[in-house]
Structure formats: structure tokens, C-alpha cells
Design a protein around this ligand. Structure first.
Ligand code: KG4
Ligand code: ZN
Length: 350
């Protein structure tokens, strides 16, 4: 079964052709990151307009690279939640139009489900081993940060074990980088500078470090950096590197510990990292080391599968289509995930 996937939930327009075994036949991503860099973050209205310009060419390119026409495709899958509603609508309306015009079945896909199943995509030599169900997954991106238990590739078999109470981890990287004058997106810039700095010269407390808590928080550490910058005035490049090192160590050691603790608590053998923050070298290293010490296998998909892409949407859609699931023309775009949320923003015991 070949599925065309379309993704437009945030600042990447994606289209991909994937089969129901997860083999990626084509995967095209048009990133808007340069356009939003000017403003230091994603501007929703600009995102929608750019999706509108790009979605046609990106879909055509994905079909051309796969060497197939629409009649060879068995269905159309599209991200319809969660995300920026104006951005999502562009993908959803495009998918509906294509499905209607070609008589193919349509399925909506939850973007977070796509990320959680991206580890099953097969792209070639850099494929991670596939996890065994049940596994625990840390999904950390610019918009979401949560730890899930995945018992099966279905929304009703996935539970959130803990999530951020406030900012997403990637958002914290982006905001801290902005405070340090490092531009957008901040994650790669901090990742590059951190190894050249000395973390022990900057006092930052790790976020929500209470033993046993799988919930997270990243706005406090961002405020600590803001106060440090306000107190110290313009920082030398050496000092900027020290702050990057301290921030990255605090965030990644907390994430690594929480996801491994979650796996031990749930008695599962496999941990998967996903989302753009999974590109972080220190997070990969710390989680793998901690996992190895506790007898847990840590799987990190290739970068193209971690960051936003339509291949993960096509694959999650292929599984839905394979189960006989279909959506109608009333499929809506919404900012809410289908996955049950356990963590309430700003609430509860820390
Ligand atoms: O998954 P993604 O491409 O898009 C969504 O947010 O859905 O993730 C982008 C986020 C940004 O916040 C970016 O700063 C962060 O992932 N990121 C990183 C790294 N590369 C990207 N964060 C830390 N270290 C990195 N190497
Ligand atoms: Zn994403």
C-alpha cells in the first residue's frame, strides 16, 4: 500500500510517499525557518501564507521523486491536529481536494502520533533498530515535550506519562539562544557552542528535578538565564559558551533522567527519542549512557525522521488505512491532540 502524506502543522511544508511497511519512497520538506528567523520565532499568519504557496509544488515534487502518479497511491493522509490551525487548514484542504478529485480514501493523522511512530520509517543505511512494544518515547520539539508509553501504534494504546507544565524544551533552547544573541532556531547554535564552554562556572538549577517526577518545566531555567543576562550586561563570547554549556547540561540531564526513570517505572526495555530536540548531541549521549547503565536500549531515529516531515504522517496514515479507518469531508483542523493529556499546565505538586 502506498500513501501520500501531507504535513503543514507548523513551519515546515511536507509531502511524502511511504508504504505500509514504513519504507520511505520520497520525502520532501520545505522549511520556512529562514522567513521566521527575522522575527525570532514562528509567525502563524506568515506560516499559513507560505504553506499555501508551497503545498502544491511540494506535493508534486514528492510524487515525482517517488515516480508515481496519484492513481498509484492508495490513500491520502494529512496532519489535522495539533498545530497552528491556519497552517493545518492548508494541508487539510489540499488533502481533501486531492482525495476527492482522485477518489482515494482520506485519513487525518495526529502530528504527535506521527512523531511517536517515526522510528519505524525505513530510509536506508542510517535506520535505527525498531523498538519492541511496549516502549517509552520522549518527544521533544519546539511545540511539544512529553514522555509517552506506547503499547501499540494506535491513539488509544498510547498514554502520556508526563509532559511539560509550560514551555516545550525546544522553545526553551530557542528563547535562551535569543537572550544570548545566537539567532533562531536556537537548538543547533547552543548545541554547537556548549562543548566549548564550562558548565560549572554558571549556576543554573535543573528543571523540576524532584525524584520520581516525570513532569517537566522549562520556563524557570529560561528566566534564570534572562536574569543572569540582565545582571551581567553584554556577555563575552566565552561567557556565552559557558551559559550554553550550563543550560544544555541542565536540560539534557533532566530529560535523560526522566525518560530512563519512566522506562524503569513502566518496566519496558526500549526508549525512543523523537522531535527536533532529539538532534541534540548531549541529549543523545546522556540518554544512551544512562540507558546502558540501567539495561535499557535507547533508539534514536535519523534526523530526517526526528524533525517535522510528512513521511511519519504517511506511515501513521497507512496504519489507519490498513485498519479500514477513513475520514470524511468533515475532517477538521484543530489545535488539540487526540492523545489523552495527563499533565495540566501550571498545575499540581512539583
Ligand atoms: O520537531 P521540530 O523540527 O519542529 C517542531 O517544533 O515541531 O523541532 C524544532 C525544535 C526547535 O525548537 C529547535 O531549536 C530544536 O528543535 N532543535 C534542537 C536541536 N536541533 C533542533 N534543540 C537542541 N539541540 C539541537 N541540536
Ligand atoms: Zn513536530
Amino acid at each position: 500500500m502506498l500513501v501520500l502524506g501531507i504535513e503543514s502543522s507548523c513551519d515546515e511544508t511536507g509531502a511524502a510517499v511511504v508504504d505500509d511497511a514504513g519504507q520511505v519512497v520520497s520525502d520532501v520538506v520545505h522549511s520556512q525557518v529562514k522567513m521566521h528567523a527575522l522575527y525570532g520565532g514562528v509567525v502563524p499568519e506568515l506560516a499559513s501564507r507560505d504553506h499555501l504557496r508551497s503545498v502544491g509544488p511540494v506535493v508534486r515534487e514528492a510524487l515525482a521523486r517517488a515516480g508515481v502518479a496519484m492513481d498509484a497511491v492508495d490513500g491520502v493522509a494529512v496532519t489535522n491536529r495539533p498545530g497552528l490551525v491556519g497552517a493545518l487548514l492548508v494541508g487539510v484542504q489540499t488533502a481533501k481536494g486531492l482525495a476527492w478529485a482522485t477518489g482515494k480514501p482520506l485519513v487525518g493523522v495526529d502530528h504527535l502520533m506521527g512523531h511517536l511512530l517515526a522510528v519505524f520509517l525505513r530510509r536506508g543505511q542510517h535506520d535505527a533498530a525498531t523498538p519492541r512494544f511496549p516502549f517509552v518515547s520522549l518527544l521533544a520539539s519546539g511545540g511539544h515535550t512529553a514522555i509517552y508509553r506506547v503499547d501499540a501504534p494506535r491513539a488509544d494504546a498510547i498514554v502520556e506519562l508526563g509532559a511539560t507544565r509550560d514551555d516545550a524544551a525546544g522553545e526553551a533552547f530557542d528563547k535562551v539562544a535569543k537572550l544570548l544573541g545566537l539567532g533562531y532556531p536556537g537548538g543547533p547554535a547552543i548545541d554547537r557552542l556548549a562543548p566549548t564552554g564550562n558548565a560549572s562556572t554558571v549556576k543554573l538549577s535543573a528543571p523540576m528535578n524532584a525524584a520520581g517526577s516525570i513532569q517537566m518545566s522549562f520556563s524557570g531555567i529560561k528566566t534564570q538565564v534572562a536574569q543572569l543576562v540582565a545582571r551581567a550586561g553584554p556577555l563575552s563570547s566565552e561567557r556565552v559558551a559557558d551559559v550554553c554549556a550550563a543550560f544544555q547540561t541542565a536540560v539534557t540531564s533532566s530529560l535523560a533522567r526522566k525518560v530512563i526513570d519512566a522506562a524503569l517505572r513502566e518496566q519496558v526495555g526500549d526508549v525512543v527519542l523523537g522531535g527536533g530536540v532529539a538532534a541534540n548531541s548531549e541529549l543523545r549521549r546522556r540518554t544512551s549512557e544512562l540507558g546502558a547503565a540501567r539495561g535499557i536500549r535507547v533508539l534514536v531515529p535519523p534526523l530526517a525522521s526526528c524533525t517535522d516531515n510528512a513521511a511519519m504522517i504517511a506511515y501513521a496514515g497507512a496504519l489507519r488505512l490498513g485498519r479500514g479507518e477513513r475520514d470524511g469531508w468533515d475532517l477538521v483542523a484543530t489545535s488539540e491532540t487526540v492523545l489523552a493529556r495527563e499533565t495540566r499546565k501550571g498545575r499540581g505538586r512539583r
